[in-house]
Design a protein around this ligand. Structure first.
Ligand code: F6P
Length: 364
């Protein structure tokens, strides 16, 4: 019986469970393939005792509607950077990829389906280059993965962020306030852009378009001067002023692979006050609420297609590739291509043009 190992890596994301369920269901149809899951990305294989569990129809029943991942996840460490504590209490990283690959081959795993974002797909590619059969499945609420038009989880995050804008409008209008909503989006402003359009914000600030504070102020003043005594700004966590740098925080978490962002809403609020904006401002950082809860139907459908496609690629021996949604087709791209660059908002694209067409300022 050929065996497939499923892993979920990086931040959790609505739709992960729907992918796992689709893989298991498609595999069961073959009456041949056995599916296993490694807990917390590759940690389940690297830990002793191993945390690898068999997955069947019963284990995945009804999970398509649940957020998070039944396999749990991590954005720390991994086979190439396994954290090891030294005698003096400090940490170092060990490359355990060879040992892991040997183990998986010895145990008869034909292929690994690794569901994750850019960091996880880099691991997929590096493992593939070392001779492990790997298939990637793209995941991230940020929608910033190269070589796929959409990732599952994004639509859910956009709905949550748009709902937040709708709710903030109520308070903003009642108090004549400026409300600043900070949403996720490290390098890509997709969530900010979609929720700013969907929620009808006045200003949208994204990493792809560094902003000029005076331009933001002008847009706010024109709105207040027109007698509309409130406004909404949606800002992506990775947005930065033209003359500034990205706002990040130190992380003390061992092996953490990301730069910790968060807090640009407060930074912008201070900048506006210093620049003379006199109306009341309140800031709201939406944070992990965007990643939590039930996936919307769109994400369940996309995730299901990704899962079935990944399993069919396993059956057909199409390794070293990542599932992808391109030009309305579910297809696949090489991991080499998938790990090159990012899917960023095009400042000259029609979505930005449409936003500008309804009066949204990007501070440019
Ligand atoms: O990459 C997805 C993402 O949600 C980013 O938008 C965000 O910056 C990051 O993960 C947060 O990660 P963590 O859960 O480790 O704080």
């Amino acid at each position: 019986m050929p065996k497939v190992l499923v892993t979920t890596g990086g931040g959790d994301c609505p739709g992960l469970n729907a992918v796992i369920r689709a893989i298991v269901k498609r595999a069961e149809q073959t009456k041949k393939w056995e599916v296993y899951g490694s807990m917390e990305a590759f940690n389940g294989v690297l830990r002793s005792p191993k945390e690898i569990l068999p997955l069947d129809d019963e284990k995945v029943a009804g999970i398509h509607a649940k957020g998070g991942t039944i396999l749990q996840t991590t954005n720390k460490g991994g086979p190439f950077n396994w954290p090891v504590k030294k005698d003096d209490g400090s940490w170092t990283a060990e490359d355990r990829s060879d040992e892991m690959i040997e183990y998986l081959k010895r145990e008869g795993f034909e292929v690994v389906i690794n569901i994750g974002g850019d960091g996880s797909q880099q691991i997929s590619y590096d493992l593939h280059k070392k001779g492990l059969n790997v298939i990637g499945v793209p995941k991230t609420i940020d929608n910033d993965l190269a070589s796929t038009d959409y990732t599952f989880g994004f639509q859910t995050a956009v709905d949550i962020a748009t709902d937040a804008v709708d709710k903030l409008v109520t308070t903003a209008a009642s108090h004549h306030r400026l409300m600043i909503l900070e949403v996720m989006g490290r390098g890509a402003g997709w969530i900010a852009l979609h929720s700013a359009i969907g929620g009808g914000a006045e200003v949208c600030l994204i990493p792809e378009i560094p902003y000029n504070l005076d331009k933001v102020l002008n847009r706010l003043n024109s709105r207040y001067n027109a007698g509309k005594g409130f406004a909404i700004i949606v800002i992506a966590e990775g947005a930065k002023p033209k003359e500034g740098s990205i706002m990040s925080r130190e992380s003390t978490e061992v092996g953490y692979r990301n730069v910790r962002l968060g807090g640009v809403a407060y930074q912008l609020s201070d900048q506006l006050k210093k620049a003379g904006f006199e109306n009341d401002i309140r800031e709201m950082v939406l944070g992990h609420l965007q990643r939590g809860g039930t996936p919307v139907a769109y994400d369940r459908v996309l995730a299901t297609q990704f899962g079935v496609k990944a399993m069919e690629m396993a059956i057909n021996g199409e390794y070293g590739r990542m599932v992808s949604f391109l030009d309305h087709e579910i297809t696949s791209v090489s991991l080499e291509q998938a790990t090159k660059g990012q899917n960023l908002v095009d400042p000259n694209g029609f979505l930005v043009q449409a936003a500008k067409g309804v009066g949204i300022s990007f501070g440019d």
